[in-house]
Design a protein around this ligand. Sequence first.
Ligand code: F3S
Length: 759
Amino acid sequence: MAFDLEMIQAVYAGMGQRIEAARTAVGRPLTLTEKILYAHLYGGNVTQSFERGVSYVDFAPDRVAMQDATAQMALLQFMQAGKAQAAVPSTVHCDHLIQARDGANEDLAVANDENREVYDFLASVSNKYGIGFWKPGAGIIHQVVLENYAFPGGMMIGTDSHTPNAGGLGMIAIGVGGADAVDVMAGMAWELKFPKVIGVKLTGKMNGWTSAKDVILRVAGILTVKGGTGAIVEYFGEGANNLSATGKGTICNMGAEIGATTSVFSYDEKMGDYLRGTSRAEIAEAAAAVAHHLRADDEVYANPEAYYDQLIEIDLNTLEPYVNGPFTPDAAWPISQFAAAVKEHGWPEKLEVGLIGSCTNSSYEDITRAASIAEQAVTKGLTVNAEFTVTPGSELVRYTVERDGLLDTFAQMGGVVLANACGPCIGQWARHTDDPKRRNSIITSFNRNFAKRNDGNPNTHAFVASPEIVTAFAIAGDLTFNPLTDTLTSKDGQQVKLDEPRGVEMPPQGFAVEDAGYQAPAEDGSGVQVLVDPTSDRLELLEPFKPWEGTDLMGLRLLIKAQGKCTTDHISMAGPWLKYRGHLDNISNNMLIGATNAFNGEANKVRDFVAQGDTYNTVPQVARNYKSMHIGTVVVGDENYGEGSSREHAAMEPRHLGVRAVIVKSFARIHETNLKKQGMLGLTFANKADYDLIEEGDTIDILGLTTFAPGKQLQARLHHVDGDTDLIYLNHTYNEGQIEWFKAGSALNLIRLKEAGQA
Ligand code: F3S
């Protein structure tokens, strides 16, 4: 699968000197997080120290991974950069669009048919630009990355929130939006606020029913869903060394549930074992040679309180299995207290479905531990009282566990094996139920359990636990069952107890696969044609946005003055619109439909001043009307405009529908940057009270653009309907490079001009 040994060796070769420079700049010993981050500064040289939680820093990640939903717009945009190849090794993984209904083969065939145009596009664009392509059925992005690409001390971004899974192999791996992937693939700097660092010290050794999953379920209970925000969680201690690399991956994966930027473990022998077991002995050797760079400095481990922003200690000897939920992953219940919690809260006691696998928990170790419970259903003559599904994380795992007879074990207890894809974890689940609204309980070994996530039913109480606990619950069919202490009644009336799970970290006969599902890109993609059906309503090639015309912008129309909260979801709603995420014109029909119009308090109803009479219409329609008459528009907003996600559509849609400037009281930083990248003017009122001067029907001139410079204010002249005018001052945060983006029409336009030697 072509992991890039040379690239990895180059990272290791430069690490020592960069870490030394960072230690000098910071003036103290370094955490592992800091070592990896300072070793990945954009431009390479460490010349200053950065303040955790404060400094914005440009990084140069080693890799990019994209899943098939977010990859569509990312790659359509990347095509605009005019590059022959992605600037760093990148991969696409087809895992999100496969619906689980009847079983792996049937579901995969349906997905291949229904999503053909998306898959054909992704395969062809990957082939052209040197991007590795993992076909539908090859596996879930994070498991495939762990098996093939993650490496200790590396840094990657992925267009999916559970990208941190690669921390199990000691990589700083961060989940981002498509626009970030475009930046890195186009060779631009990738910006991140330098994170805080939370230390989690693991002591002791797990035993019995407790597994790696329980570490993160416990941490989620301590830190809550917001406790990791803006921080990287660094695990260390002798307990960490006792965890398999895949177990570490599970812990890092679910760091997303506490809002952490990512999570990471230092390099150890378990990682070496996993690298060797997945045909990457050369990386294990290279990592071992620089192992001292792949852990925090000794002083940090000796005195962690002094170096971590927060420190948590967990004793694995006494850690119980946990069940978290319902509706939130931080409601953490030790198994000994869970049955009482179920009764006290009146959660449905009958368990309807147990689901194991997903990107979080489908390692060989996970499957063997769960199978050791499943087989007891047969050997102990137990009735299985809930439905049971298995979602393997990759074809490598699926093929290997099938060869080793483990899938048969699940089949014997009535389990259904689903495709190697996200499936029920992301709501791609055609659940078999007679009443889709019924209050009911399910339990999964996945990571998220918000209402409606798995099956769309707000009354489904979803709990999260380790695969072996899920399997035991599925046999019992009862949430008040405690497998550590309780007995079950066998078919012949005996009271039987389940034995503790037994797991095998690595397959004794090694991993095997016939077709891993990987397609290497063309050596020279220049002749490859990107396949987009011109009649498609899901995909559309992008046209470059027009460059700045070189003058002030006169006579712009106010499109909407948004009042109150205006998040990226208000600007570009998700839900059913996501199917158009690769088609800018179609998805633009959701532009700002969630924003409240300050003049009438209603959403998606704004005055159209070029239509006949007193006409109100939807925001996208009014924008289209102005656009058809070549009239640019302005969006006005309140505080923290564009908070929420890094969704690039929220910046692309206004640009596409003719918005030239977004003027607000304040911006969410990521959205402000996204607007700049798309060649828009993202401006703030110098005097916030000027927001009140904006009236319905205003036309607006933006002045000062011919001398647009960092730190220099622009102005807006407001022409009101009654003939009055106001002149107001506007602040901006554009630096020289970003002003060039504006002039070129977008950041990608500028890159394309540079590639062609025209800028
Ligand atoms: Fe997919 Fe669920 Fe993981 S959606 S990437 S299996 S968190």
